[in-house]
Design a protein around this ligand. Structure first.
Ligand SMILES: Nc1ncnc2c1ncn2[C@@H]1O[C@H](COP(=O)(O)OP(=O)(O)OP(=O)(O)O)[C@@H](O)[C@H]1O
Length: 376
């Protein structure tokens, strides 16, 4: 699916009027503070259910307002035929958040839905902004989030297993904190936790396999001296030569002392190594950026192989990537027939990105939260 229509109410400084986009490349430019990132953030709300910039909804609601709404019209993407009737949308999705009542309402095709996953599966949104480079340099949580986004789109039931596992983990943590542990009761929790953890891990492993196959084929296309010594490995969150149930039994005392679960999916990671050492310690900033971009493209390839179109939100990549890397990214996303929203301060130069194979694109000038389409 691709987002072909966007309408927001009380979303940062954005105006209320509907805007139409192409399922291909959408280029947005405007001066600092004009609202470019806010447009991407609003699109992100539909695909992620939250802001990719801040954790509090409150910061996103327009000053002085209590409730924000984002509405999106979706059509088949570039890889499929557009919907039969011109102007007809394949799906209508909406999210509104009342920050005073702390209530979120989700809608798909006019019907209220309870789970965010019902909304999110329609619009796989992948963000590349200055914060994305934490995938290499940041904590394991960043890499888990990166992997889980793909797992969710490959296997939509993953979201419910993940939630159940979070619930059981927090109940298990409560017991670990009490100090007095009933052995029989703990065994019951451990077997529930182990069952969910193993299901979750199986799904992660499967998607990681698809991801590394795509990533390796990408590496085969680029000429860089570091390609040969690079290894990406999945770590489940415990020594998987042993069963998780046994690991928990062996480490019960240690977990009790710490007062929380130390082994399992919440400790999973993608280990990135170059010649046996962590990439974060050996790669230059530039090499780390290339690696992250390749990982993001590989995720796009995984979904594209499953017939899903990813909507990429590229925020201010000019500040982070040189023209060669920008062109590599833009061309790959074009080859994958992804939908792209790309922001810049200066008017973009499409020929710099796509040279002779210019894709279908639309150009928007952003001023004071309002988008004006420009003739190309
Ligand atoms: N909750 C809010 N209500 C109203 N306006 C807001 C709110 N939060 C931020 N703004 C304003 O919205 C504007 C848009 O910010 P945004 O980050 O989208 O701009 P931008 O075009 O991406 O800028 P830059 O190029 O500097 O990154 C800013 O002027 C900001 O002060």
């Amino acid at each position: 699916m691709a987002l072909v229509k966007l309408q927001t109410e009380n979303f940062r400084n954005l105006g209320h009027g509907p805007v139409s986009f192409t399922p291909s490349m959408n280029l947005l430019y405007g001066e600092n503070g004009s609202g470019k990132t806010s447009v991407l953030e609003a699109i992100g709300y539909l695909g992620l259910g939250r802001s990719f910039r801040v954790s509090r909804h409150q910061a996103v609601v327009s000053h002085g307002e209590k409730k924000l709404t984002v509405f999106g019209g979706l059509d088949e993407g570039m890889s499929a035929a557009p919907s039969s009737m011109p102007g007809e949308l394949r799906h209508r999705v909406g999210i509104s958040r009342d920050v005073a009542a702390k209530e979120t309402i989700l809608r798909v095709d006019g019907e209220a839905v309870r789970n965010l996953s019902s909304l999110a599966q329609h619009l796989p949104v992948s963000v590349i902004d200055p914060g994305v480079f934490d995938i290499v340099a940041g904590s394991p949580g960043k890499r888990r989030q990166f992997l889980d986004w793909a797992v969710f789109h490959v296997e939509p039931s993953f979201a419910s297993v993940w939630q159940q596992c979070q619930r059981v983990t927090s109940q298990r943590n409560q017991i670990l904190r009490t100090g007095r542990i009933d052995d029989a009761l703990m065994k019951v929790w451990d077997s529930q936790y182990t069952e969910l953890a193993e299901r979750l891990t199986r799904a992660r492993k499967e998607t990681f396999g698809l991801f590394t196959a795509a990533f390796d084929s990408l590496l085969g296309e680029i000429e860089a001296p570091w390609v040969d010594g690079l290894r990406l490995d999945f770590y489940a969150g415990w020594d998987s030569s042993q069963s998780l149930f046994d690991v928990l039994k062996i480490h019960r005392e240690q977990e009790q002392k710490m007062g929380h679960t130390l082994y399992g999916p919440n400790r999973a990671d993608i280990r990135l190594r170059f010649q046996g050492r962590p990439v974060s310690e050996t790669f230059s900033r530039g090499q780390q950026k290339t690696l992250v971009i390749l990982m993001k493209i590989a995720q796009g390839m995984v979904l594209s192989d499953l017939g899903k179109q990813v909507t990429f939100l590229l925020d201010d990549i000019n500040a982070e990537l040189d023209v060669g890397h920008r062109a590599m990214l833009a061309q790959k996303l074009h080859e994958l027939r992804c939908q792209v929203f790309l922001t810049s301060i200066e008017p973009p130069r499409p020929t710099e990105l796509w040279q002779n194979t210019l894709p279908d694109y639309r150009l928007f000038h952003v001023e004071h939260g309002k988008l004006t389409e420009e003739q190309i």
